[in-house]
Design a protein. Structure first.
Length: 425
């Protein structure tokens, strides 16, 4: 057990989290603005899905390869550089929109640039957290807290975006995003890495590197050979593709399903963010691995049930509750799987393994939103929601049972190793 206030002595981590408070607001302002511009110019669920696809799918293709890069370079320097680059991209977009350039194909091109940048940034961002924690007993809370910040921005960012778009327009929204990316690199310039990360950096400098493909394959084989990690990745995959992807389609659903506008879109997205934060805060207080495992398993199963409920009744106020439930339980599954992976993964493979997790989260959202958006446009919202929910439920139950068995086998192996060590002594 440890006192809560001791966690706040992790000064380096807190500096990073302060920067995240700003940069993640920019992420959500940017996402909502792009989605709203796509919908308002095309009134097509497919186009909204394509925007999400272009923003997220490059992480599936390139993210795992950039996970190799995350295991090779100084993560702090990489995160600093990419935040400056994100700020430049958003500022450029603001200028183009201000001059009347807002063709849907321009939005797709910008979404693709963001997707490529995210594929580089995601593994670095996820792997950096553990390098900033000097006391290992705070790692679980650090991972959960980092997710809380991201999900806090899920309701603050869209609320800000709704206000900015209504009063000052889309160009101003992107200009604000550009400004919000700047505090992170400025704060990280003075951040220090823990002893393990510094030793790893020194080791990478002195060791001859393998080829990128070779290191990628070794990371993939490591994740595939560890049944526990593999099952955690599968939980994330099924929950994201068949359920959580609906959150990326809110700019379309707010009109096509709930018959509302941009202000209500901000309300829906904010309700999701509030619920995700509550879920993250609750998860950050969990101390035992078994409890986190149970939260991950049940989070994935209940997420699927919520999707079925979402398609069962068409009402905006009911939708606020359902979207909040979708965010709450999908966050349970997401934070739980990431935290468990961070707790057990070998430091030498962390960048590659968390890049696989990030690729699944981002890529699952892109594939799921494009697939579900296209199906809804041709088959209707209700049958797609209920069908996706049922499919998500079946796959979640299957992988949940497999995950429980993998956890039991892992615990037995650890107990046997400990007993063998005691006998040896």
């Amino acid at each position: 057990m440890f006192k809560s206030n001791e966690f706040f002595r992790e000064r380096t981590l807190l500096r990073y989290m302060l920067g995240s408070l700003f940069s993640t607001q920019g992420v959500w302002i940017q996402r909502l603005t792009l989605g709203w511009m796509a919908w308002s110019s095309t009134h097509s669920e497919t186009w909204v899905g394509m925007i999400a696809f272009f923003m997220f799918f490059p992480t599936v293709i390139f993210g795992p390869f950039f996970g190799v890069l995350a295991d090779r370079i100084n993560l702090r320097a990489g995160v600093i550089s990419l935040n400056f680059w994100n700020s430049l991209l958003s500022a450029s977009m603001a200028l183009m929109i201000a001059h009347g350039w807002h063709d849907p194909y321009l939005l797709l091109g910008f979404a693709l640039l963001l997707g490529l940048t995210t594929s580089v940034y995601q593994p670095m961002r996820l792997a950096l957290v553990s390098d900033l924690v000097f006391n290992p007993k705070y790692l679980q809370r650090a991972v959960a807290s980092n997710s809380i910040i991201f999900n806090t921005s899920r309701f603050i960012g869209p609320a800000l975006a709704g206000i900015i778009i209504n009063h000052w327009g889309n160009a101003t929204a992107f200009a604000v995003t550009a400004a919000f990316y700047l505090p992170m690199p400025l704060l990280l310039m003075r951040a220090k890495l823990n002893a393990s990360a510094r030793a790893s950096d020194d080791s990478r400098k002195s060791k001859k590197k393998e080829g990128v493909l070779s290191e990628f394959r070794s990371g993939l084989n490591y994740a595939r050979s560890n049944e526990f990690i593999l099952c955690l990745l599968l939980v994330t995959l099924f929950t994201t593709v068949f359920a959580r992807a609906f959150l990326e389609l809110l700019p379309a659903l707010v009109q096509s399903w709930f018959n509302q506008g941009v202000s209500e879109l901000a309300m829906l997205t904010s309700s999701a963010g509030i619920a995700a934060v509550i879920s993250g805060v609750w998860l950050s207080g969990l101390k035992q691995r078994n409890t986190m495992l149970a939260a991950t398993r049940w989070g994935s199963i209940i997420t699927a049930i919520v999707v079925i409920l979402m398609g069962s009744y068409q009402n905006f106020h009911y939708g606020l509750l359902v979207i909040a439930g979708l965010a709450f339980f999908s966050t349970m599954a997401g934070i739980g799987s990431q935290t468990l992976i961070q707790m057990i993964v070998d430091r030498a493979f962390r960048g590659r393994v968390v890049s696989l997790w990030g690729a699944i989260v981002m890529g699952g959202a892109s594939v799921g939103s494009l697939m579900l958006g296209t199906l809804m446009e041709h088959l209707g919202n209700r049958p797609v929601m209920i069908g996706a929910g049922i499919l998500s439920l079946l796959t979640s139950i299957w992988v949940s049972r497999r995950l429980q068995k993998a956890a039991e086998d892992s615990a037995s192996a650890e107990a046997e190793a400990m007993a063998t060590g005691m006998v040896a002594k």
